[in-house]
Every structure is written in C-alpha cells, then in structure tokens.
Design a protein around this ligand. Structure first.
Ligand code: SF4
Length: 441
C-alpha cells in the first residue's frame, strides 16, 4: 500500500507525514481551493512588491529526455515539485512495464511482493536508470528480483536488533549519549537492501509513527539528560511536511541537553527537488544541524542532486555521506573513487562505507568483507584523505558500528614499530619501550 496516497482510516496507523493529530494549525492537507486562496493573498501587489524566489532546478539531459518520453504532460514546475514526484512514483507492475524492459525475474518478483518495502521510484530517479538493462546499478537497487525471497543463514528481518533497544516506540537508545529517532515509515524511493525493510512503506506493529509516538519519544528524550545527540531517521525524515518537521525540530531544540541533531536522508539524492528554499530556511533555525546523505553510485551526482547538496551546504548544514557497499553495483574502486571525489566536490564529506547488513533476502547484495578493505586500501594514500570514508560493519545483534581498516601495522623490531604505507613499502617508527606490533603477523 502506498501510504502517501492511500492513508488508512485509523489515525493509529496513519504516518506522521500525513496527519498530525496534536499539532495546532498543521492538520490535514489543505484543499486546493484554500491553497489557491492563500497563494492569491500572498501574491505580491504592485511592481515594488518582493518576489518569491522561484524553485528552479537544473535538469540533466537524460532526465529531460526521459520526462519528454514518459511524462509529456508534466510541466517543468510540476516535475520540479517534490509532491508531484511523490504522487507520480512508479509503484505498480503495470507502470514499471510502461517504462522499463523488465526481465522475467523482475516481473515475477514484483508480482510476488506483498507487505513492507514496496516498490517505489520517483520519476526523477527512474530517469537515471538504464531502462533496457536489468543489471544497471541503480535499477538493481530499486526493482526487486527473485533472490530477494531467498533467506540464507545469518539473515534476519531486524539484524541490528533495533526492536530490542527501543526506549519508546520508534526511539532506539543503544549508545549512552545518543538516540535514533525513527520519525516515519515513508520513503520517497525504496531500496531493496534497506536495513529497515521490515518497517518501511507499511507502518504497523510497534511502529505507527503517529504524533502519539513522537510525543512519547520526545518525553523520553526530555527525561534523559544524558542524551545529547538525536539522529532523525526512518523511513526518510525529509519526506515529512515542512511544518511538521519544523515542529519536531523545534521540540528537540527546546530540550536543553540535546546539543546535536542529525538527519539521515536519501531525499537529496533521489528527490532533490524536495530541498526547497523554504525547507533550508526552516532547517537553518536549528543549528547545529548535520545531515548524512545516502548515496550509492556516481550516476546519482546529477545537476539536480548537485543543486540540492549546494542548497543544504549553503544553509550551513555540514554534509556527510553514507554508502552501502553493494555487490556488482559499487564494489569496485573504479566506481567508488569517482563517487567519493564527486561528493567532496559537492561539499559532502564521505563519512561511512557500510558493509551491507544481513537483512532477509540480501545475499545477492553482500560482498565479502575483504572487498570493503580493498576499496579503503585503494583510496587511502591514493587520494585526498577527506575522500576516504570509514568502512564499518554494524554488528548484528546490536553491537554498534565497528570500524575496519586494512592492516598497516606489520610488526615490531626491537624499539621500532613496522608500518606499511599505501605503496606497500615498510617504514620504521621509533617506539622505545612499547609493545605495539609485537603480535602482528
Ligand atoms: S531511503 Fe533509507 S530507509 Fe528508505 S528504503 Fe532506502 S535505505 Fe531504507
């Protein structure tokens, strides 16, 4: 079920981005007529009246051709409207068939799908995919295949054990001074390797993402003075309407012991037109506010995404990237290096490279751990240090992120530590009286 367009009737299961039961003045989507009225009354009168900044986004050539072919009725204004993009997402087999040349495997997998992690691709993001090639990198991350239904040993629906670390519904308190706040189950696109595949795209069970849940989570944070860092995630928090996100950030900022707020989002990459000037103006009220942007492949670094990242950076939001290492998609230095360089050029610090979590049906995405180490080794020393992310495994069962590094400590010789550099040359570093390296093989 698509939650944006078909909200369930019970408020207990309505996603927070659609209905805010307790928030004054934020209830319900306004009717078309009231929007028109408001726009009319806000319209500048006279030549000297200040003009509203227009939401212009540059458009890549491939995307323009895609739009002309598959959405010829869409105006430029509609195409650049994030709500239009969400309303026109590609979700059904019939819609996929109209755009992609599906393989039998894809067709069968899409037909079989029920429950959470539905198919959902914004028209903009679809425009970056190869419509004829099922092995296209971005396409593989968003159109299901039969392997998604194969569970292998060690996989689990909740491999990180988040459901067991819930301090309140939707609030994971694992580390002493910080919490993960799951704000919504809605995403603009659904990644087939999603760690939260059990709960995104279909609210249910302990996650209903109602304002009642938000309030419970906020009450917990208020009561726990040791919490200094809140990460808003989901689902994707940037799919929440501006007013509601404003409300949530305002409530968090009002808590004195919350020093640091972070947002984790894929939206700037897959729905860049969501990064409106109105949004960035609102976000900048809540500094220090940081953002982790989910990116996968250099193909995503389009003029549109570049503009979105620039708007966020210009709003003073420090940007870091998160990339999941995916077999046959980005598990090669020839892909990862331009991605990291491209991010740096767009003022995004490559932050985390994740080993893919063992979620149910993800074996076809996972690489050997050695692949991640190989990529880090291919970056470290070979390019700008800022371009080298931390390679981490989020330990199954709730152990948290564990960093992995290629082995640069190769041994010890008396008072010297023996170190290997990026060219495989061994150097000595004087370490009198130490023991570091004595155990190295
Ligand atoms: S955007 Fe994030 S939360 Fe949503 S499906 Fe992708 S990985 Fe999961």
């Amino acid at each position: 079920m698509d939650m944006l367009e078909e909200p369930p009737s019970s408020s207990a299961t309505v996603p927070i981005d659609l209905i805010s039961q307790n928030l004054p003045d934020l209830n319900r989507q306004p009717s078309r007529r009231s929007v028109a009225r408001r726009q009319d009354s806000a319209r500048p009168r006279g030549a000297d009246a200040p003009r509203q900044p227009r939401e212009r986004f540059p458009t890549g050539e491939e995307t323009r051709a895609f739009r002309r072919k598959f959405f010829p009725e869409a105006t430029t204004a509609e195409w650049n409207d994030w709500r239009w993009q969400l309303r026109n997402r590609i979700k059904s087999l019939a819609h996929l068939e109209r755009i992609f040349q599906l393989s039998d495997d894809e067709r069968e997998a899409v037909s079989r799908h029920t429950g959470s992690l539905p198919v959902g691709i914004t028209p903009y993001y679809a425009s970056l995919m190869n419509l004829a090639d099922p092995m296209d990198a971005l396409r593989r991350t968003h159109i299901p295949v039969g392997q998604e239904y194969v569970k292998v040993q060690g996989e689990a629906d909740d491999p990180l054990g988040e459901d067991h670390d819930l301090a309140a519904p939707g609030l994971v308190h694992r580390y002493p001074d910080r919490v993960l706040f799951l704000t919504t189950g809605f995403c603009s696109t659904y990644c087939r390797y999603c760690t939260r595949s059990r709960m995104v795209g279909e609210a249910g069970g302990i996650y209903d993402f109602s304002t009642r849940q938000w309030d419970q989570a906020l009450a917990y944070i208020e009561a726990h003075t040791e919490i200094r860092d809140v990460l808003l995630s989901g689902g994707d928090p940037l799919t929440i309407a501006d007013e509601k996100l404003d409300y949530l950030l305002g409530r968090l900022r009002a808590i004195k012991h919350v020093e640091f707020i972070r947002l984790g989002s894929k939206v700037p990459t897959v729905l860049p037109m969501r990064i409106t000037r109105k949004l960035t103006k609102m976000l900048r009220k809540y500094h220090p506010l940081w953002m982790s942007i989910h990116v996968t492949h250099p193909k995503e670094l389009t003029p549109e995404a570049t503009e979105a990242y620039a708007r966020l950076a210009d709003a003073g939001i420090p940007l870091g990237s998160q990339t999941v290492l995916l077999q046959g998609i980005n598990d090669d230095i020839s892909i990862m290096k331009p991605l990291m360089h491209g991010l740096l050029m767009r003022r995004v610090k490559p932050y985390y490279l994740y080993q893919c979590d063992p979620i149910t049906g993800s074996a076809h995405f996972r690489t050997p751990v050695s692949k991640g180490l190989e990529i880090i080794e291919g970056l470290r020393g070979h390019t700008t240090g800022y371009a080298v992310p931390h390679f981490v495994i989020d330990a199954p069962g709730g152990g948290g992120k564990i960093p992995l590094l290629p082995n640069y400590l190769v041994g010890r010789d008396g008072d010297d530590v023996l170190l290997r550099n990026f060219e495989n040359k061994v150097y000595r570093y004087g370490d009198p009286g130490g023991t570091t390296g004595a155990e190295a093989k």
